[in-house]
Design a protein around this ligand. Structure first.
Ligand SMILES: Cc1cc2nc3c(=O)[nH]c(=O)nc-3n(C[C@H](O)[C@H](O)[C@H](O)COP(=O)(O)OP(=O)(O)OC[C@H]3O[C@@H](n4cnc5c(N)ncnc54)[C@H](O)[C@@H]3O)c2cc1C
Length: 396
């Protein structure tokens, strides 16, 4: 029961929720489930059937060391799609889409993330054509359910797998275990953390009585630009106000007839929680091994926030290539590409780990109650002010 106990212990304490332990299990006794805190976690459904093969732990990126990044292949670029429509729909410059499109045309299948409006959840799926790939454009700022798509991968087929750095690091181990690495390209993104699904569920539950059943959600719509009104200052005063990236966080939600937009700068509640870093998965705080330059992917993408491209209104994707395979793929897709130093590409990115707030479990408990999101956020603000005051008094 040793392995069995370890994976169970890991899942109950810290786990990235990537599902690869479930995908590799030869006895199919591990399932991925959403836990009470709103994060995916493996559950062993039949402990007695475990044969102690240890594969579940071998593929786990939480349990194992992160692979070493080769400095030789590390290169940085500022990039964007040559097609304006792609750039408009994507979160930053649309390079994620262009890489996927180019590989699709070369016979790859793409594992991307779409929003499932029936279940109101993000899920990985397999795109076999450009039309199917469109649902995978743009960031869905909730943890994705990877299990069905990851399970469907077959030896001999070619795949591009996209995902959070921790999902991709476990996939890196999985394809080596299955001897599939020749045929698989891995792409992750700069990630500061995945928020609890409890926040998103509440957000939707509070919204639906006002606007009806949600049939579409886009977290980063660029109807008013990449930096839009926030960059002009909240009062519309453009002159001399430094560009601020926050308002690129612009939610667009549609029901059958109407649509609803809500921005971070206008007080959007989902973004208040997400961008205050208070409700991420436990493993996203001090135990995240993949911030800044740590990655198991061939290519990493992200928003190129920072001074050099601050005036760009269409979106720029910062790219890091970590392998020769990654470099080669990037040179063969429909993008504009400017070589940039790693410092420029990562200027706006987290360089270290976040700390988990002391009220973390209290906050998750509040999210499980019927209390409206706005009241819970007020609590969060009070608790944060309390902790700042405590810190300042302690310093005196
Ligand atoms: C939870 C989360 C946190 C992020 N944090 C940062 C950050 O701190 N800094 C930063 O620069 N960028 C971050 N990003 C990435 C950023 O939002 C853009 O995805 C990135 O700039 C690429 O944009 P693009 O226009 O090139 O491609 P897009 O067309 O936007 O491609 C996005 C890619 O991400 C995949 N994807 C979308 N949602 C998810 C998800 N929930 N889980 C796994 N994969 C997903 C899609 O399948 C697609 O391949 C984060 C994304 C997510 C989902």
């Amino acid at each position: 029961m040793e392995n069995n106990k370890s994976i169970k212990k890991l899942a109950n304490t810290y786990c990235y929720g990537c599902s690869l332990c479930s995908c590799i299990c030869p006895k199919h006794i591990i399932n991925l489930k959403l836990n009470r805190n709103g994060f995916y976690q493996p559950v062993i459904i039949d402990e007695k059937a475990c044969i102690q093969c240890g594969l579940c732990l071998k593929v786990c990126s939480y349990y194992n060391e992160a692979p070493k990044v080769s400095v030789d292949a590390l290169q940085g670029f500022a990039t964007w799609s040559k097609e304006d429509a792609v750039r408009r729909k994507a979160s930053s410059g649309g390079t994620g889409f262009e890489i996927a499109r180019s590989l699709l045309n070369r016979g790859y299948k793409v594992l991307a993330v779409r929003y499932n409006t029936e279940k109101q959840e993000a899920e990985h799926y397999v795109a076999n054509s450009e039309t199917e790939l469109i649902a995978g454009m743009g960031s869905k700022y909730i943890q994705s359910n990877t299990e069905d798509a990851f399970l469907s991968m077959k030896k001999g087929e070619k795949y591009l797998v996209t995902g959070t750095p921790c999902q991709i690091a476990s996939m890196w181990r999985y394809i080596r275990q299955k001897r599939m690495e020749e045929n698989v390209v891995l792409m992750d993104f700069f990630c500061h953390g995945v928020p609890s699904k409890l926040v998103w569920d509440k957000y939707i539950v509070e919204l639906e009585p006002r606007i009806g059943k949600v049939v579409y959600a886009s977290w980063r719509n660029k109807q008013t630009g990449w930096h839009d009104s926030w960059s002009m200052g909240l009062d519309g005063d453009k002159a001399g106000t430094p560009v601020n990236w926050h308002d690129s966080y612009n939610m667009l939600i549609r029901e059958k007839k109407t649509s609803y937009t809500s921005r971070r700068s206008e007080g959007d509640l989902f973004y208040k929680f997400f961008l205050s870093d208070v409700c991420f998965n436990k493993a996203c705080y001090k135990d995240c091994k993949f911030k800044y330059l740590q990655s198991a992917a061939d290519i990493r993408i992200g928003d190129l926030w920072g001074s050099k491209y601050a005036d760009d209104e269409k979106g720029v994707t910062g790219v890091l290539t970590f392998t020769d395979k990654g470099k080669c793929i990037l040179s063969d897709c429909n993008i504009e590409k400017i070589p940039e130093s790693v410092e420029v590409v990562t200027e706006g990115q987290l360089k270290g780990n976040l700390s988990r707030p002391y009220f973390y479990y209290f906050l998750l408990a509040l999210l499980r109650t019927p209390l409206p999101l706005r009241y819970i956020y007020r609590f969060v603000q009070m608790l944060r002010i309390g902790s700042i005051l405590k810190y300042k008094l302690h310093l005196k």
